[in-house]
Design a binder for this molecule. Structure first.
Ligand SMILES: C[S@@+](CC[C@H](N)C(=O)[O-])C[C@H]1O[C@@H](n2cnc3c(N)ncnc32)[C@H](O)[C@@H]1O
Length: 307
């Protein structure tokens, strides 16, 4: 349905035109009857899997219809079939991007699965500081693959910067990528509401955020020294990757869970190839490399090292 030229175009960032934004804002009246036909659900599942690796199935129908009906109402489409035809025909492919944005699950938080951050602080960073003292290697490269709204890469940035900043000539860089342009916009802005920063250890919050009141709401902004460590970019994990690595750490947490086992297997091997020897892969707490064929050494649940 969509060929490789589309995949190329999907790599670039797209924005809604002003015209479309106006249409979206105006579309506040819900359309009463939106029709969802079985064959059209199947089309959505196939398209999303083909383009993103995300595995949707009949059990996700409710989620798909809830999320897509917002788009359909905004565009005044009466059926999923009509909406899909529009997605296919629309030349800029902005609506396809919006559809993928709507269907991806972006749940995240600061210090999510905090034992990963504890493990880095207590075991990995002290060892790596010794390695730097011994070898003089000051290069640290991290990748947050499926970074959502930025809490994960900013957390890594804070932790690494805090522990490594004394190293003269420190060369620390973090790549943060996601499929969704919507979440990347939020991540890049780096503003978070008060309730979202509650899970950040107090010392880090005080040191690496500035507090501001906007429209009577308190918001926190990540500090420039952390922001400048991080490059946000759109990257579909299913496509080719421009980076050559090697990375010291790859976080791909709560992202592969939406992929089939076969896709996970393929990705895990690609992560392996991009890590340096001694580098580590962190996956989400409900994920595991068990049952996949890989060369990683198991360190502890959800943490794997390249020998
Ligand atoms: C649930 S969030 C996880 C965020 C963060 N890693 C965490 O654990 O808190 C999953 C993210 O993966 C992204 N994603 C899904 N499929 C993707 C793909 N094919 N390529 C890149 N990112 C993808 C989604 O857009 C979403 O932001």
């Amino acid at each position: 349905m969509f060929g490789s030229s589309l995949k190329q175009r999907l790599k670039h960032k797209h924005r809604h035109s002003d015209e479309k934004m106006t249409a979206l804002k105006a579309a506040s009246t819900p359309v009463a009857d939106i029709r969802f036909d079985n064959k059209d659900f199947k089309k959505v599942f196939d398209l999303v899997h083909q383009l993103t690796g995300i595995h949707l199935h009949d059990g996700k129908r409710e989620l798909v219809s809830a999320r897509l009906s917002k788009r359909m109402r905004a565009l005044d489409h009466k059926s999923l079939g009509e909406y899909l035809s529009y997605v296919e025909e629309e030349e800029t492919q902005e609506e396809l991007i919006s559809m993928l944005d709507a269907l991806s699950t972006n749940l995240t938080s600061f210090w999510r699965e905090s034992d990963h951050f504890d493990f880095l602080a207590e075991h990995v960073l002290p060892d790596w500081i010794k390695r730097t003292e011994k070898t003089g290697c000051r290069r640290y490269r991290l990748w947050s693959a499926g970074c959502s709204t930025g809490e994960e890469p900013y957390g890594l940035g804070i932790l690494f910067y805090h522990h490594l900043q004394k190293i003269k000539g420190l060369d620390l860089k973090i790549l943060a990528t996601d499929l969704s342009t919507k979440v990347l916009g939020i991540a890049q802005a780096g503003w978070y509401e008060a309730q979202r920063v509650q899970t950040i250890p107090a010392e880090y919050l005080k040191t690496y955020f500035s507090k501001k009141t906007e429209d009577r709401r308190i918001v926190y902004r990540i500090s420039p020294e952390i922001r400048k460590l991080i490059t946000f970019d759109r990257l579909n994990l299913m496509e080719s990757w421009p980076m050559t690595g090697p990375f010291d750490i790859i976080f791909c947490r709560n992202t592969m869970i939406y992929f089939t086992k076969q896709t996970q297997q393929h990705l895990i091997n690609r992560f392996y190839d991009l890590l340096r020897s001694g580098g580590m892969l962190f996956v989400g707490h409900s994920e595991s490399l068990a049952g996949t064929d890989h060369k990683f050494r198991y360190l502890r649940p959800t943490i794997y090292e390249k020998p």
